[in-house]
Design a protein around this ligand. Structure first.
Ligand code: C2E
Ligand code: CA
Ligand code: CA
Length: 395
């Protein structure tokens, strides 16, 4: 299909009743949308540069409900059915539901205008499945929002230990939801909904506040309390928010926690946020925070980005540790991650250590820190303090 089309003044672009094969973006010129009412042309709207025409019949798979004619020389960019439907399918289910509602309203307005009975339209697949998905998503978001209001979210802590000495030297704060109706809920259930809405900002602030509040109570039971650290997960949206650093610093200063005891865990996605993210990372480093790259190698990693970022730590994802058998690809990946981290002067933490053989291999490879079910699962504050009192080291 041609990418652009040019129409002369008064030339028809599409006719009422035809099936639509594409929509158009008006690059230059003006068009008239009109309907034919018993032989008389009834103008509906005039549209110009930057506006879209012909999208309705593509979305709900019905014949064009109006005609369109060029009013001047028109340069139109073609938007194919696939391009349009791909984007609609990828959109948030709530946005799709809103779109469907608006489209139906517009159609019925046109029907009233033409004094004919409303026609039942059959929407294309992307708009059919919406209601249930959208209702579920909005329902979950509402439950999360009221859970946040009612303080139902809190950090659990998982011990991080020195692989050589077995001493617990820090912990990772992992969010949990103590829901009134569902009991303890894992982030796997609600993290996507949080990250795709602004709920992550409130949840992120709560995690920063609570884990800094808990840190003195936790660290005092360990041999080197001044260097005991807490790792806090920070999502891309949270890191990009304007008040992230101001809130972090205000909380830290209020609770008098040294910045070296805070490690911020960021995912690779941060690397695609561009120069602003880089400037923020530098600022965090200047303030003395440790910065870890989490889940490295599972997303769209770029070594070039990695080398630019002022990171202190790299976390080896659980999926590599799990498949790290002799001669396996995962073992080679772990080896190259270690090599790369050394070159860049970064510390290494292996996640998801479940078996003694994994621990042994990681130790032999020279990984400094680790966490995993072999030693401890994420647990609430009181249990973590208990663990600290009895097991301040792995073995
Ligand atoms: P993550 O940051 O990669 O955290 C490590 C996950 O691995 C945690 O899952 C932890 O419980 C789990 N894990 C640790 N050791 C083992 C092991 O030996 N075996 C197995 N099977 N799993 C292990 P969790 O707590 O369910 O968290 C899942 C993800 O949710 C986290 O992955 C992180 O991406 C996100 N998340 C959790 N808390 C927060 C938070 O406060 N903020 C943000 N932005 N994301 C969070
Ligand atoms: Ca993490
Ligand atoms: Ca991880």
């Amino acid at each position: 299909m041609q990418q652009k089309r040019v129409f002369a003044p008064q030339e028809m672009i599409f006719k009422e009743g035809q099936m639509g094969e594409c929509a158009y973006l008006i690059e230059r010129g003006r068009v008239l949308i009109f309907i034919d009412k018993k032989g008389t042309e009834m103008p509906l709207r005039i549209l110009g540069e930057g506006e879209v025409i012909g999208e309705m019949s593509l979305i709900d798979n019905t014949p064009r409900s109006a005609s369109c004619r060029a009013l001047s020389d028109c340069h139109l960019v073609v938007v194919t059915k696939e391009q349009l439907l791909d984007r609609i399918t990828a959109a948030d289910p709530v946005v799709r539901l809103l779109m469907k509602a608006l489209l139906e309203r517009l159609r019925s307005q046109n029907d009233v205008f033409r004094s004919r009975k409303p026609v039942v339209h059959a929407p294309m697949d992307p708009l059919i499945i919406d209601k249930r998905e959208a209702l579920e998503r909005i329902g979950l978001e509402n439950r999360i929002a009221s859970g946040l209001e009612d303080n139902e979210f809190l950090p659990y802590y998982q011990a991080i230990f020195d692989l050589n000495t077995g001493v617990v030297i820090g912990c990772e704060a992992l969010i949990r939801w103590h829901s009134k109706d569902q009991g303890v809920v894992s982030p796997v259930v609600f993290m996507d909904a949080m990250e795709e809405s602004s709920l992550i900002l409130k949840a992120g602030q709560m995690m920063i506040e609570k884990s800094m509040q808990d840190l003195p109570e936790i660290s005092r039971h360990f041999s080197d309390p001044e260097n005991f650290f807490v790792s806090i997960n920070v999502s891309g949206r949270q890191f990009a928010s304007l008040d992230f650093l101001a809130h972090l610093e205000a909380t830290r200063q209020r609770l008098t926690i040294p910045s070296r005891q805070i490690k911020l865990e960021l995912t690779e996605r941060i690397m695609t946020e561009g120069p602003q993210a880089l400037a923020m990372l530098r600022e965090c480093r200047l303030l003395g925070y440790k910065l870890a790259i989490d889940d490295f190698g599972t997303g769209f990693s770029s070594l070039q980005y990695l080398a630019q970022m002022p990171l202190t730590d790299l976390k080896i994802d659980r999926s590599f540790v799990l498949r790290m058998k002799e001669g396996s690809k995962s073992l080679s990946i772990v080896q190259s991650l270690i090599h790369m981290a050394r070159l860049l002067g970064m510390n290494l933490t292996a996640e998801g250590i479940e078996a003694p053989e994994q621990l042994r291999t990681l130790k032999e490879l020279g990984v400094e820190m680790g966490q995993g079910y072999l030693f401890a699962k994420p647990i609430p504050l009181n249990e973590f303090v208990q663990l600290a009192k009895t097991h301040s080291r792995v073995a």
